[in-house]
Design a protein around this ligand. Structure first.
Ligand SMILES: *Cc1c(COP(=O)(O)O)cnc(C)c1O
Length: 381
């Protein structure tokens, strides 16, 4: 089946025979055993739930995995992955990561005895120099949040294979519609399902997707033990959302391209980071490994006052954290997603008072551009 068809029908008719076109919400925490030592395949909802299993089957197919594990949030998914590692292990990670992953690694994983090196993974030769005997994994986002750096995933996978490391890829920004890291050699795909997969700014979710059955078994064990599972109702919301993923991604990307071009010509904008601009350093790699550029833009304005004015005056675009939804959102990484990253580290990455991040939604391009223009103009008289 094609991607679009899987988005609509990928759950099959797994667990019910009523003909219901919408997957039922199986609001049951536990399941009756048919006999001693027997199971319907469902025992207790922390382990399995039919609504969640339907969603997991869809996402596994979209990412080309054998298993997808639906978690309560993206951070629950990342936390579950980190339980694969033991004290003494070393991990190399992107130096431009979602702020929550940065916080998890620094405050919890390190306390648990795992050490890290952070590096710009767009330069894999820099990654290679950091590999040592204890290095167990490379953790990347591509494009990164918020600087939009692109990592060559196939080359990263070759490097990891050569050194016996796992390649973990956070695929939140592009979704399986535009990019399939497993097909490029990644071992684990992480998603914040809260973002484009949900797409409506109304539900939190996360996913882990793998191709290797042994890795799936290890992660399933950690998942049932730590309890990071997605509820039946939220699973149903995600099933419903994914049906429109392809058309949302297409339109949001198209509008993002128009806005990126407009920003590139705007008087008060100094720099635009959008992977779909041919001037972006990751443009060529991105064209090889992904089918699209997504709908996330970050940009640098001339001064702090312009950034503040934008955030306060925008009216169609809302000043809020998060991304990937039908509503366009403007985020101030310095004060929001990356507030917990130490200032020197933040500024070295370019996350300054002049950097803004825009998640482009489904409003008309014309309205969004008019909104940016009116908010940027201000009254300097
Ligand atoms: C939001 C986000 C996360 C965390 O997901 P939650 O659902 O908010 O827990 C992880 N990675 C990226 C790239 C994100 O944007």
């Amino acid at each position: 089946m094609d991607f679009e068809t899987l988005c609509v029908h990928g759950q099959g008719e797994l667990y019910h025979t009523t003909g219901a076109v919408s997957v039922p919400i199986f609001q049951s925490a536990t399941f009756r055993h048919p006999g001693v030592g027997q199971s319907t395949g469902f025992d207790y909802a922390r382990l399995q739930n039919p609504t969640r299993a339907s969603l997991e089957q869809i996402v596994a197919q979209l990412e080309g995995g054998t298993d997808a594990i639906a978690c309560s949030t993206g951070m629950a998914a990342v936390t579950t992955v980190m339980e694969l590692f033991a004290p003494g292990d070393h991990i190399i990670a992107s130096d431009d990561l979602y702020g929550g992953s940065h916080r998890l690694f620094h405050n919890i994983s390190m306390k648990n005895g795992i050490s890290f090196d952070f590096v710009d993974t767009a330069h894999l030769e820099r990654v290679e120099t950091l590999v040592r005997a204890e290095t167990k994994a490379l953790f990347v986002e591509t494009p990164t949040n918020p600087m939009m750096q692109v990592t060559d995933l196939a080359a990263a996978a070759r490097l990891c294979k050569a050194h016996g490391m796992l390649l973990v890829v956070d695929n939140t920004f592009l979704t399986p519609y535009f990019q399939n890291p497993l097909a490029l050699g990644a071992d684990v795909v992480v998603h914040s399902g809260t973002k484009f997969l949900c797409g409506h700014n109304d539900t939190l979710a996360g996913f882990l997707v793998v191709a290797d059955p042994a890795l799936s078994e290890r992660l399933r064990f950690l998942y049932k033990t730590t309890g990071a599972c997605l509820s039946p109702f939220d699973s149903w919301l995600l099933i419903r959302s994914i049906k429109t993923l392809p058309i949302r991604m297409e339109r949001q990307q198209e509008t993002a391209g128009k806005i990126a071009q407009w920003l590139a010509g705007a008087e008060k904008v100094r720099q635009v980071h959008y992977v779909g601009l041919p001037t972006h350093p990751g443009y060529e790699v991105s064209k090889q490994q992904a089918r699209g550029f997504g709908a996330m833009i970050s940009f640098v304005v001339d001064q702090e006052e312009t950034a503040v004015r934008l955030l306060e005056r925008l009216s169609v675009i809302q000043y809020a954290e998060s991304l990937g939804g039908v509503e366009s959102l403007m985020t101030y990484p310095m004060l929001q997603t990356h507030a917990d990253v130490p200032q020197a580290e933040r500024e070295a990455k370019g996350i300054t008072e002049c950097l803004l991040r825009l998640s482009v939604g489904l409003e008309s391009a014309e309205d969004l551009i008019a909104d940016l223009a009116q908010a940027m103009e201000g009254d300097e008289t």
